[in-house]
Design a protein around this ligand. Structure first.
Ligand code: ZN
Length: 330
């Protein structure tokens, strides 16, 4: 299964809105006779690629796959059927398929007389497809918010204009992270005042292969010469004329966005926190006091606790990652 998981995290196995999937076929002597991973919607699934790689050696082999083999007939045939036709003797999978449409592959395999074991390293497999799984279960995109603030919680100086709060290492971290999401989102004020490009870049500034959709929300008319609308080989830039977080996520999902990174400003971030729609908090704290200026979030109607999942030093800044804590039940 570790071999299959390694295939699922290969750079070209990222094929959002489809999940990352890796598959190995193991022969009777324990040797790997075929490897496959899914490289894009409409292309063969991991199991089919592994069967093709194994050729005749697929017969009698054990298929080890990171996601329960699918049952649906989409642009490609169902993998459960392909495994049955290939004559594999056993199927071991990690994460159960959470989709109504595709779930049930395991039972079809079992009915065909194939030994099936599920749940092996399931948590690791689900983490690889965290956003995809989230969409299948909740019906809405996975939402990450990013803030960069001073030790006194401020995101800009007294004038409120653009201020580089976090250092170069933190900005490089964000540039890389953008390549792992489907969309990056800001409010109209941030777009006009800061005019960020919101591109995914490596630490030397080179555009990465996966560029997110760049989104400005709000009803204000925007200058057409904003950097996010510039065609520089990065992702397309769009405006969504909505303020309501639920509506914004609906529009994003209709554009096949499974994970969105919200980068500001204070009003839009507060609106998502208040709605309880934030799944992950990414907060950089820079070692300086700005002394004056706006804080990271617009006022909330009540305090909101955060469960910290990781703390890391990035350059001179501290990165705190976490999730909104569930409201205490009484
Ligand atoms: Zn499949």
């Amino acid at each position: 299964m570790r071999e299959a998981l390694a295939l699922a995290v290969l750079p070209d196995a990222r094929c959002s809105p489809n999940p990352r999937v890796g598959c190995v076929l193991v022969g009777p002597g324990g040797e790997i006779v075929g490897r496959g991973h899914h490289v894009g919607a409409g292309l063969p699934h991991a199991e089919v690629n592994a069967i093709a790689a194994a050729g005749d050696l697929a017969r009698g082999a054990t298929a080890v796959v990171t996601l329960e083999p699918c049952l649906h007939i989409g642009r490609t045939g169902p993998c459960s059927q392909a495994l049955i036709e290939a004559g594999v003797s056993q199927v071991i999978y990690a994460q159960a398929d959470p989709t109504d449409l595709a779930g049930g592959g395991a039972s079809v395999l079992a009915r065909a007389g194939i030994a099936v074991i599920g749940g092996v390293l399931a948590d690791e497999a689900a983490l690889i497809n965290r956003a995809w799984t989230h969409v299948q279960v909740t019906g809405r995109p996975f939402v990450s918010i990013k803030t960069a603030m001073s030790l006194d919680g401020r995101v800009a100086g007294a004038g409120g204009g653009p201020t580089a709060i976090a250092g170069a290492a933190a900005r490089a971290w964000v540039g890389q992270f953008r390549s792992e999401v489907d969309a990056v989102l800001i409010g109209a004020n941030t777009a006009i005042i800061d005019n960020p490009a919101l591109t995914a870049r490596d630490s030397s500034g080179v555009l990465l292969p996966n560029q997110p959709l760049r989104v400005v929300v709000g009803g204000r008319n925007l200058p057409t010469d904003l950097k996010i609308f510039a065609d520089t080989g990065a992702g397309p830039g769009i405006q969504i004329r909505e303020h309501d977080p639920y509506r914004i996520l609906e529009v994003l999902l209709s554009k096949q966005v499974h994970q969105v990174l919200i980068e500001g400003g204070p009003s839009i971030i507060a609106a998502f926190v208040e709605s309880g729609l934030v799944d992950e908090i990414i907060s950089f704290v820079a070692p300086q006091f700005l002394g004056a200026g706006p804080v990271a979030l617009a006022p909330l109607p009540s305090p909101q606790a955060v469960t910290v999942t990781a703390v890391e030093v990035i350059g001179n800044d501290v990165l705190i990652r976490g999730a909104l804590s569930p409201a205490p039940s009484d």
